[in-house]
Design a protein around this ligand. Structure first.
Ligand SMILES: O=C(O)CCCC[C@@H]1SC[C@@H]2NC(=O)N[C@@H]21
Length: 246
């Protein structure tokens, strides 16, 4: 069950790295979760850093053992994204979105990110190490960061980030406990309903070329269908970069 057990760490390099150390040391129960008050080397997607002032925000990692095969891994990402969406939209309201493939957005600004790392034993998907960083109480972000937003900036009040982390675990569990091939179609449709910039033009970058494109669809394996002029490109994560809202 996600959040059971729930461990609080005062300072750690990265909760994902810590969880990875735990699974390498021996068996870890499905849903075991580590929450950090402070990360000294938080990791984001594409090798980026994940920065957060101590005690302000949610930084947690949950270790999952999904009953899926590795070629169904996008559906785990959808389940975690929907859980994070269910959580954030409850407090921030209907302008919450999921940005492909698994960021949490509010209007045109990033409120949270998800980093899922897989642990394989041979061809077997043994664990998914799912790390979530959600901006809760940051009053103001450094200028050089592109476009983040916190729940405090949205709602005008401060929150108990540990209490909210428990609630995030409940929302994730609500999805994860129902994750099964039978829900894939409905959940993918739900994911697309909440998708940031679906059918709306925006700027994208591929191999250094910046162009105006429009997200047309997301395929069951997670590839993004991006309209570029008369072409429809099917892109995997890492092949395309979203530039900024127009
Ligand atoms: O780049 C992203 O959008 C993903 C960010 C994921 C950040 C979280 S914070 C908790 C966990 N530990 C890490 O080092 N990263 C993830």
């Amino acid at each position: 069950m996600i959040g059971n057990p729930f461990h609080v760490l005062a300072t750690i390099n990265s909760t994902n790295n810590y969880a990875m150390g735990q699974v390498n040391a021996g068996p870890v129960a499905d849903g075991s979760t580590w929450f950090a008050m402070e990360q000294t080397a938080g990791k984001g997607q594409r090798g980026k850093q994940w920065l957060s002032e101590p005690g302000e925000n949610i930084m947690l990692t949950t270790v999952l053992q999904p009953a899926l095969t590795l070629n169904q891994q996008f559906m785990l990402s959808v389940a975690v994204s929907l859980g994070a969406y269910d959580f954030f939209s409850k407090y921030a309201g209907e302008e919450t979105r999921i940005k492909w493939s698994n960021d949490i957005y509010w209007r045109d600004r990033k409120a949270g990110g998800i980093l899922i790392e897989n642990v394989l034993r041979g061809n077997i998907w043994q664990y998914a190490i799912a790390g979530l960083g959600i901006n809760i109480n940051t009053p103001k972000f450094p200028e050089h960061l592109a476009n983040p937003v916190s729940l405090r900036q949205i709602t005008g009040k401060t929150w108990d980030s540990l209490e909210l982390a428990y609630d995030l675990c409940r929302c994730l569990e609500e999805r994860y406990s129902r994750l099964h091939p039978a829900v894939f179609d409905t959940w993918l449709a739900e994911y697309k309903e909440h998708l940031y910039r679906l059918h709306e033009p925006a700027l994208y970058k591929i191999n250094g070329e910046i162009f105006q494109g429009t997200i047309h669809d997301v395929l069951p394996d997670g590839r993004l269908c991006l309209e570029k002029g008369k072409e429809i490109l099917e892109l995997g994560f890492g092949e395309v970069e979203f530039i900024f809202a127009t």
